[in-house]
Every structure is written in structure tokens, then in C-alpha cells.
Design a protein around this ligand. Structure first.
Ligand code: PMV
Length: 312
């Protein structure tokens, strides 16, 4: 019996969220500690594709007549179409440790891992660029007008300097770095927040453009600071980016509170990450302060603290 495995990480945006929708570059990194793992194995003849979602404790069958039923069916439909094959007989198990609806890219990671596993099971090699294009199609159907940064960092599984319509630039770091990824426990709909920023840009174009230009300058400085291992500067730039996101109206009481707690506890810097108004914020500090900071943030109301590590 043939068994195929695929996996995709979660992600966080370090700099440039929202601005990236309007062509400003942004920096995102994978979160390897939170992953989707997919195992696909041959199933009895005529059984079609049966999916088991371990996390949600659900089992259901892929129906080729209703590929738009949900994002998982959609990515399977796109892969089968790209491979030009009929649905094989497969049992697919999906297991995810990425928290859902908190801006860590759980949906894109499921699409990436399922797409990869189905392609492999059909004996087709999809390169990263092809898989990324398919996952982006799913993102567009469910998230309004996504920039494409989420699917790209998740499919490539490495830190990226991302700019719409430009080649992807992988980033390498000079020395190890760890970010805390801190969940406010408040959910927010990225689609809604992105729509609000769009409205702000329409009603106050000069104000919004000034913010986007300032964010762009920070992203470029952060790119250099990350590559050169200047963590003090990087933290400072994070906090500056947070202030600009506040002006863009995408922060929230909880995000601002946790940013302040982190800064008061000696972090180099902190900011919201992703769509905002809830979801996650990120913190950078010296390695020896990480445990104390995690404790302080949990005591201050954070519901989960993950770590995102990058190594040279
Ligand atoms: O909420 P998240 O983590 O999926 O991040 C969305 C990032 C935005 O820049 C706000 C939107 C986008 O499509 O890039």
C-alpha cells in the first residue's frame, strides 16, 4: 500500500501587513511548531477520496460533483484538474496543530498540505510555484482580496520578503532568532479589517498613503536588520510598525495591552501580526527573557504563546 505524507507550517507576518495589499513589501516567516500534517494512502477500489480530519473529528467523502463544498474539496478539485486525472481511491488524514481563525494561516496550510499529498498520490510533481498558485486560488475565494503573502510563506516554508507581482525573495538570518507568537484569544475577520482599511484609503487617501509609505520604509530597514542580526533595531522597528497599524485603525484594546505588557517587561519590541483587531501579536526580546515574557503575557490575558524560531 502506498503512503504519501505532506506537511505545511503556520505563519506570522513580521512587518508590512495591510500595506502589502497595496504593493508595499512585507516580511513573513513560517511557524514550524504549529503544523498541518497530511497522510494519504491507497483505499479499496471504488471508495473514492475519503477524508478524516483528526482535529475536528470529522470524516467525509470528496464529491467530484460538488468541488466548491469547502476549501479542502476545492484544492483537491484544482489539483485533479491540474493533473488531468480522475479522483483516485484514497484515504486522507488531516491533523493540524495550528490554531484556527487566529491569523496563523491554518486554512492556507491545510490547502497546501492536502494539495501536495493529493498531487503526490496521483504521481504528479507540482513544484512550489504551481502549488502556491493553486493555494492562492483558494485564499481568494475565502478571504476577499488577499495579497498572497500567507499562501506564499506557507508553501515555500521559509522566511520571505514578499511584494505583490514580484519574484519571491527568501531571507536568511545571520544568527538564530526567536519570536513569541501571542494569541489575544479574540477573533477577528481579516476580510472585514482589510475592507475597513480599503474604505479608509478611499475616504482619507493622503493620510493612508502617508502611513503606507512609512510602513514601507520600516519594512526595508527590518529586512536589513533581520539579515544582519540586529535584534535591538528589529524590535524597535516592530514597535514602530505597531504604532502605524494603530493609526491604520487595525489594532484593538487587547493587542495594545499585550504590546504594552511586553514592552514594560523588557522586550526589544512588539506588534500586532496579521489582520489585527484580535488574533496574534508578536514579541522580540533577548533569549534569556523569553520565559519571563511568556509568563507575563499569559498572566496579562494572553491565551497561548507559541515560538517561531529562525536559524542561519
Ligand atoms: O490575518 P492574516 O494573518 O491572515 O493576515 C492577513 C494579512 C493582510 O496583510 C492583512 C491581508 C493580506 O492579504 O495580506
Amino acid at each position: 500500500m502506498e503512503i504519501v505524507k505532506a506537511s505545511a507550517p503556520g505563519k506570522v507576518i513580521l512587518f508590512g501587513e495591510h500595506a502589502v495589499v497595496y504593493g508595499v513589501p512585507a516580511i513573513a516567516i513560517p511557524v514550524h511548531d504549529a503544523r498541518v500534517t497530511v497522510v494519504a494512502q491507497d483505499a479499496p477500489l471504488g471508495s473514492g477520496i475519503v477524508l478524516h480530519n483528526v482535529t475536528l473529528r470529522e470524516t467525509w467523502a470528496f464529491d467530484p460533483a460538488v468541488v466548491n463544498a469547502n476549501p479542502v474539496s476545492q484544492i483537491i478539485g484544482l489539483v485533479l484538474h491540474a493533473a488531468n486525472v480522475q479522483p483516485p481511491d484514497l484515504s486522507i488524514t488531516i491533523d493540524s496543530s495550528i490554531p484556527v481563525a487566529s491569523g496563523l494561516g491554518s486554512g492556507a496550510a491545510v490547502s497546501a498540505a492536502v494539495g501536495d499529498a493529493v498531487a503526490q498520490s496521483c504521481g504528479v510533481t507540482l513544484d512550489r510555484e504551481q502549488l502556491n498558485a493553486l493555494v492562492y486560488e483558494i485564499e481568494k475565494q475565502h478571504h476577499g482580496t488577499p495579497s498572497g503573502i500567507d499562501n506564499t510563506v506557507i508553501v515555500y516554508q521559509q522566511p520571505i520578503f514578499f511584494r505583490r507581482e514580484h519574484p519571491i525573495e527568501p531571507i536568511s538570518v545571520l544568527r538564530p532568532i526567536t519570536f513569541l507568537v501571542v494569541d489575544t484569544g479574540c477573533s477577528a475577520t481579516t476580510k472585514q479589517v482589510v475592507a475597513d482599511v480599503r474604505r479608509l484609503r478611499e475616504t482619507q487617501p493622503r493620510f493612508t498613503q502617508t502611513l503606507l509609505t512609512e510602513i514601507e520604509a520600516l519594512v526595508n530597514l527590518a529586512h536589513t536588520a533581520l539579515s544582519e542580526g540586529d535584534h535591538h533595531l528589529l524590535g524597535n522597528l516592530m514597535t514602530q510598525n505597531h504604532r502605524l497599524l494603530q493609526s491604520l485603525t487595525v489594532s484593538s484594546y487587547e493587542l495594545d495591552h499585550l504590546v504594552n505588557v511586553a514592552l514594560d517587561a523588557g522586550a526589544y519590541g512588539a506588534k500586532l501580526s496579521g489582520g489585527g483587531r484580535g488574533g496574534n501579536m508578536i514579541v522580540l526580546s533577548s533569549e534569556d527573557r523569553l520565559d519571563d515574557l511568556s509568563t507575563a503575557l499569559l498572566e496579562a490575558g494572553a491565551v497561548r504563546v507559541l515560538r517561531a524560531n529562525l536559524s542561519p
